[in-house]
Design a protein around this ligand. Sequence first.
Ligand code: ATP
Ligand code: ATP
Ligand code: MG
Ligand code: MG
Length: 876
Amino acid sequence: MKILKIQTLRGPNYWSIRRHKSIVMRLDLEDLADKPSDRIPGFYEGLLETLPSLVEHFCSPGCRGGFLSRVREGTMMGHIVEHVALELQELARMPVGFGRTRETGTPGIYNVVFEYTDERAGRYAARAAVRLCQSIVDTGKYPPSELEQDLSDLRDLRDESALGPSTDTLLQEAEARDIPWSESAARSMIHLGYGVNQKRIQATLSDFSSILAVELACDKEGTKRVLENASIPVPRGTVIHYLDELEGAIEEVGGYPIVIKPLDGNHGRGITIDINSWKDAQNAYDVASVESKTKSTIVERYYRGQDHRVLVVNGKVVAVAERVPAHVVGDGNSTISELIEQTNRDPRRGEGHDNILTRLRIDRISIGRLERQGYTVDSILGEGEICYLRATANLSTGGISVDRTDDIHPENIWLAQRAARTIGLDIAGIDVVTTDISRPLKETDGVIVEVNAAPGFRMHTHPSQGKARNVAGPVMDMLFPAESNGRIPIVAITGTNGKTTTTRLVAHIFRQTEKTIGYTTTDGTYIGDYLAEAGDNTGPQSAKLILQDPTVEVAVLETARGGILRSGLAFAECDVGVVLNVAADHLGLGDINTIEQMAHVKAVVAETVSSDGVAVLNADDPLVADMAERVRGKIAYFSMNPNNERVKEHILAGGLAAIYEEGYLSLVTRDSTLRIAKAQDVPLTLKGMAPFMIANALAASLAAYAGGVSLEHIQEALSTFKASSEQTPGRMNLFDLGDYHALVDYAHNAASYKALGDFVRNWPGERVGIIGGPGDRRDEDFIELGRLAADIFDRILVKEDDDTRGRPRGDAADLISKGIGQIDTSCRYESILDERKAIETGLDEAVKGSLVVILPESVNRAINIIKKREPIGDRG
Ligand code: ATP
Ligand code: ATP
Ligand code: MG
Ligand code: MG
């Protein structure tokens, strides 16, 4: 077996619309190509021994053990690799389920598709699965140590990429509210929503977390003073910088017991509480000043009571947790270290913040804490006896939390809310020490010891005891009020031909609404009036750029085959999905060999139309019209034929359509016909002479109308949009050169040649074609181009691209000439391979009244050559 390619899908794709995260591995089975598993001696047994848990895979039999029975009876290795890749991830605690394996057009080469949760782990699983299966084929087994290594690597990859627990909670809530999210290029920053409606979060900091507030919260001393001035109870304390200030400071706060902590610490590091002697105070001072970057330490009065975290979101207390320091409870015969071990067996306990709780540790601090209570790790605790391993209650040092949201006294709610507002934080974790949170702080001598920016959520969402609180809900309510989901309208456009033209026109129509439009095309990514990035930008990365751009109000996305196959769409749903046509182009690339398969690729756009969105489909193209069956939202058809049966039925059933009728582009429903414009008055259609441009204009108008744009705006846009070489270079740019005209167009496949032919044949004078095509097409495609061209032109100059994409020079031209020769016409033709020379020759020799049609490799070069000849007002 040999892996030929591994691709990572990250959005709706050819294989699945709902499962966005899949690996596609192109696998050459080599000598296993004609060997199903039952014909490989010992394979079934070896696989079962290596991965007994495969018994859980149902596969097509639909029952436990189903997959293994397929292996025993004989299935192809690609299919087995798929299941192994899934199982390896499962065993590394990454739940996955979806998989699919299909032979490609090349016998023995398979596409193995399977789900992942972490993409690096997914790619690793692909390679490991092949390794494992190959080893069983060759030796009958896979060494257990290898498997252990694979699983441990997979677990590491999972852990490295995991987002924190608070972020997870927020994203789950976002998903429940249909708010899309994506990771930012900056680590751990998340975009929620799209374009102008997006908000960002980083853990529990949000776009609304003011930098002043965060800075203030991080300055413990400043915070205390600000709160104190607002008559909010805080510990009595002072800051010192030298040991010789310590004695005075202790006196100043009213004597023992005291607390000493670093001025700029967190996670409880460097803190000693409940200090009752000069010796302990000196030690505590050393510990604290080491932890402080500024060598400043706080000396405070010690307040008795439990630690509470009051979470305030957007001005309201949303949860209260009592936090209990790391501890163990005795059973009458276990030692403390045994009790720690037992406690750590709780599956909820992990390392750091990666799980609901954190493991208990035996370290210098816990040993010190035990000593103060008169214990060592070997002491045996009596039954029910509690022994603390930490003085402070941070979850990250093994503490637990108890929900107390329903117990907090209203006056304490009021105080906490005022404290958050006083500091200015949108999301604040207020640390309160009091003996009883259900009584006002002033009665219990309780204090607010600290206000935390970016407070952790897990103590509220996963309390060790008591009710779990959905604290992410209020955060989303704040970021996205009034149940908004942070989306902007997305119009996605696909098809074989006319995507760029239609995308530009849709963008131009939406622009009439004075919104900022972000759009991507084959020539670049545009935001508003400017080009953000030149290039062939029709894949998910460019779409992501638009969707993450904070100024964009409407996204219009040319969505090409290449990106869909390579990594899927960048969005899970669109509001309007347009499919213009499906024709034979790019066949044989990316394992798409038939036009039906190509239709399946393009249908991805139609299938991602949201349930309240609209799919705009070409009713004249059966492959496109048939996509209607799989659309969740509404359908709107466009058609050049007013008598199209499907459209008639659709309208009768109450649907919307755009039709070319009696020379007009019209929007038709059962009750009305709104004429948008006369085709002759739409410059894009070249006085109505280019039928395919009328079709594109119908599609664009329909898409905009479905997207809520008014008829007036559509009309205004159609009358001002021109296929000029400036606005749409390479798309039907017509130049008047006095005695004759020149047309520059991008047509490069059979369907677009035919479409172009429909226009060219309307030309009254001589018709000259300067033609060629990209070298990566199949031989038969070139011949077909020649045959089509012979039917369109009176004279043809055959040229080639500078970049022949691997073909010998002259090869493509010969094939095209061969095609021309097959057609019985009076058409004259010759080859001039150099494109520049061919164009110059064609123009030099143009006769009066003729049309010279140039289908160039480089549109800019062709246009420059023409411009040197000074066309009369570039109307094109
Ligand atoms: P974290 O990162 O958990 O916020 P930190 O390093 O910022 O910790 P503080 O919040 O100031 O430190 O203190 C940690 C804990 O120590 C408090 O939650 C409280 O339990 C205890 N503590 C701090 N100061 C006092 C005090 N003056 N009286 C009583 N307990 C205190
Ligand atoms: P690409 O796949 O190269 O990005 P595209 O789908 O974006 O192409 P356009 O750039 O809009 O298509 O148009 C390319 C050429 O295809 C046009 O210049 C024209 O010759 C032809 N064409 C445009 N619209 C249609 C259509 N609706 N039907 C057939 N051919 C068309
Ligand atoms: Mg704190
Ligand atoms: Mg394009």
